[in-house]
Design a binder for this molecule. Structure first.
Ligand SMILES: [Zn+2]
Length: 233
């Protein structure tokens, strides 16, 4: 269980690097205010996976996928909408909850989440499916659960039982997602012993902090990398 690297790029954007060197970007909004300058123009992107359709998660997906010719895994409705924005239509990349795809040694499973998923076009919301979480299994290394934007929900226990993640990535900012109090229960339901917080500190509205999590999660190691910092897993 070694060899993968996880880098926080601010907000809900992450890079997972497999031992093979393959790089997965999750929710690549690299224009977020906390993304380090030297991470805004990646040298390589091999795979992209999205949790839902909001701007702060889709980010620069279309530009990145076009530049690097990489696959973009997302829920059916969101993936179809992205095809209308310039990505190739590719049914193998349009998935849904409970499904797992193999992106050349990186397994991506879509799970449930409680949130919304849309973008506003001409003042009206466009339906982009449902929000989701992602379990990312790096071959020969770790399994990471990205909860996506969500509150806590009881079926996190099922996700823990089914996928036994080595590390969980939870939103903690409050306001649009759960804050530290709900995240503590999420950790308990998932049976998690290591957690990386995200979706906090981007704007003043997102007030949750890693320290507030630590106070509430005595049995769980809260790793709080700085934006641009890499954790070796
Ligand atoms: Zn969000």
């Amino acid at each position: 269980m070694a060899g993968a690297k996880l880098t926080w790029l601010g907000h809900a954007a992450f890079r997972v690097e497999a031992p093979s060197g393959r790089r997965l970007y999750v929710d690549p909004w690299l224009g977020n205010p906390r993304c380090p300058e030297n991470e805004r123009e990646p040298e390589r992107v091999d795979v992209i996976a999205l949790t839902h359709g909001h701007d702060d998660h889709v980010g620069e997906t279309v530009e990145l996928a076009q530049r690097f010719g990489c696959p973009v895994y997302a829920q059916v409705e969101l993936r179809g909408w992205l095809a209308g924005k310039g990505l190739p239509e590719e049914p193998t990349q349009a998935m849904n909850k409970g499904g797992t795809v193999d992106a050349d040694g990186i397994a991506i499973t879509m799970t449930d989440a409680n949130h919304s998923s849309s973008q506003f076009e001409n003042g009206a919301p466009v339906y982009l499916g449902e929000p989701a979480g992602l379990v990312v299994g790096v071959e020969g290394a770790v399994r990471i659960y990205f909860a996506g934007d969500t509150n806590v929900f009881g079926d996190m226990e099922l996700i823990g039982r089914l996928y036994e993640p080595d590390l969980v990535v939870l939103p903690i900012g409050d306001h649009y997602t759960m804050g530290p109090k709900e995240a503590a229960l999420a950790v308990e339901l998932l049976g998690a012993t290591r957690m990386v917080p995200c979706h906090y500190g981007t704007f003043p509205l997102l007030t949750g902090t890693p320290d507030a999590c630590r106070e509430r999660m005595p049995g769980c190691e809260v790793l709080a990398p700085a934006p641009g910092e890499t954790i070796e897993l």
